[in-house]
Design a protein around this ligand. Structure first.
Ligand SMILES: C[S@@+](CC[C@H](N)C(=O)[O-])C[C@H]1O[C@@H](n2cnc3c(N)ncnc32)[C@H](O)[C@@H]1O
Length: 480
């Protein structure tokens, strides 16, 4: 059928070539002026998106724009002959479009074909090589030669992930599931870790710094740290990481340690987590992080030789397979099914009520009205009790939330506030179940407030809130 060119979506984002070849357009235009007919272009059913035929369309447009060159009887009308077909979802669109051009006169150039194959494998490393070869009209050998470095890098990346999960105490079966590979591949990936360990340890023992060794083997510095610190006791580990032990119950740091955890709203200092592990667990202990955010807790567990299970509703499996996607649903509160082993420590760093409400979104507990938010803690604490063992400790990091931003202290609305005392009351309403054992001050840094803001707050008698406290509970034998 004939289709107006103006109705076609050229879909240039999935055009498989590097660009339009003007000499071809010129040649086609000349043939059109002489009355030649070309095979129909190909459009996608329903969407009118172009699948094949850009040079033919360009040629028609060129002829249209140059009436002085029209030859007797050949007056173009702005339409073109087109056939329709469905684009299969199982094939990357660019590749499918290239496959339609692989059999006719204007094939992709060898460089374009190679570039496209590499692009396909960057995004879809599991795409079958023989299918790709067939679609591009090249040999299997060419495909595997072109993409082998990409696949090797992906394999290496996956092996590093497997090593990390292994260090955190995951079984090979769990690793296979998380990395979406067969148990045999997971086993092979895991057995690679001893090679990485050996190579990095040989450089470390020759005095090369961790960062350099990590760069040399393309490893995450955390894995190199874990290899470097293996066998050392906690104090030696914290000393090597530059975290002198705080002896008193006041843990303040002016900044987070940027080596641990990702940039994340509400990221906490790794030093704080390390101190909680030091005082409240022993090496090899299992730590549970129910709202893991940027992953600081599991990163510190790697360095401190603890096992860890982490959960968050905002999971990023590609970057952090160790954080499992799990939303603690206030209306249907259930324990995460994969948290089968009872933890030694639950390190719970939830949103501080409305702080970062916008960033965490409406599915976060920060979006709950005050009484529902408090009830969540009461019910969550009971659930955690039921899924813990007698020795389990619960460390809850919390800060008062008062709406102090532009409100003088005397005018704040206390009915909207949630303070530390509320959390203690909810988690341990009767002193049964969870019993408070420690209250450790770990204030937020005030450095983010500029001198100008501080002065304006003072002028308006606004009382800021930077206190933050780690509440540690022990599990009692009496049910909640
Ligand atoms: C304070 S942040 C944790 C920060 C983390 N400790 C770090 O250092 O990066 C709180 C996290 O709770 C998560 N969250 C909030 N409500 C949740 C829910 N109902 N279930 C699971 N995760 C939730 C948010 O996605 C956010 O990442």
């Amino acid at each position: 059928m004939r289709v107006p060119i103006s109705a076609i979506d050229l879909d240039m984002g999935t055009y498989p070539r590097k660009g339009i070849r003007q000499e071809v357009v010129e040649q086609y235009a000349d043939a059109l002026r002489g009355g030649a007919a070309f095979p129909p272009i190909l459009l996608e059913n329903k969407t009118n998106k172009l699948l094949s035929g850009l040079h033919r369309i360009e040629a028609v447009e060129k002829v249209l724009k140059q009436p002085e060159l029209w030859e007797n009887g050949h007056k173009p009308d702005g339409t073109i002959e087109a056939d329709y077909l469905a684009a299969p979802e199982s094939i990357p669109r660019k590749l499918f479009r290239a496959s339609l051009d692989a059999t006719h006169g204007l094939r992709l150039s060898p460089e374009e074909t190679k570039a496209l194959a590499r692009e396909v494998y960057q995004a879809n490393p599991d795409f079958k090589q023989k299918d790709c070869a067939k679609l591009l009209g090249v040999s299997n050998n060419s495909i595997s030669r072109w993409v082998q470095d990409i696949l090797a890098a992906r394999r290496e990346e996956r092996q590093h992930k497997a090593w990390k999960l292994q260090l955190l105490g995951w079984t090979e079966r769990e690793i296979a599931q998380a990395l979406n590979v067969s148990p045999a591949t997971a086993h092979e990936d895991c057995s690679k870790s001893s090679e990485w360990k050996k190579s990095s340890n040989s450089l470390l023992s020759a005095g090369h710094p961790v960062e350099e060794v990590a760069r040399r083997f393309n490893l995450s510095p955390l894995l190199v740290w874990a290899a470097h610190l293996k066998g050392k006791d906690d104090r030696a580990r914290m000393g090597a990481l530059g975290w002198p032990i705080r002896t008193w119950d006041y843990w303040n740091w002016s900044d987070v340690d940027h080596r641990f955890g990702d940039e994340w709203d509400g990221r906490i200092p790794a030093q704080l987590v390390a101190h909680a592990l030091y005082f409240f667990t022993r090496p090899g202990a299992l730590v549970l992080d129910p709202m893991a955010g940027g992953g600081t807790v599991s990163d510190v567990c790697l360095a401190m030789g603890r096992r860890c299970r982490s959960y968050d509703m905002a999971a990023r499996p590609e970057r952090r397979p160790e954080i499992e996607e799990w939303r603690w649903d206030p209306k249907d509160l259930r324990w995460a099914p994969s948290a089968r082993e009872k933890p030694d420590l639950i390190f719970f760093d939830p949103p501080y009520y409305k702080k970062n409400e916008k960033e965490y979104g409406e599915r976060s507990i920060s979006a709950l009205p005050r009484l529902d938010y408090l009830r969540f803690f009461r019910e969550w604490a009971a659930l955690a009790w039921a899924n813990s063992k007698p020795e389990t400790r619960l460390a809850l990091l919390e800060a008062d939330w008062r709406d102090f931003q532009s409100t003088p202290a005397l005018e704040e609305k206390p009915d909207e506030a949630v303070t530390l005392l509320d959390y203690v009351r909810e988690v341990s309403p009767t002193g049964r179940g969870w019993q408070l054992t420690h209250r450790i001050e770990s204030p937020l840094s005030t450095e983010r407030f500029t001198a100008g803001v501080v002065s304006a707050m003072q002028e308006a008698r606004i009382l800021g809130a930077v206190s933050r406290t780690l509440l540690v509970f022990r599990r009692t034998h009496d049910s909640v």
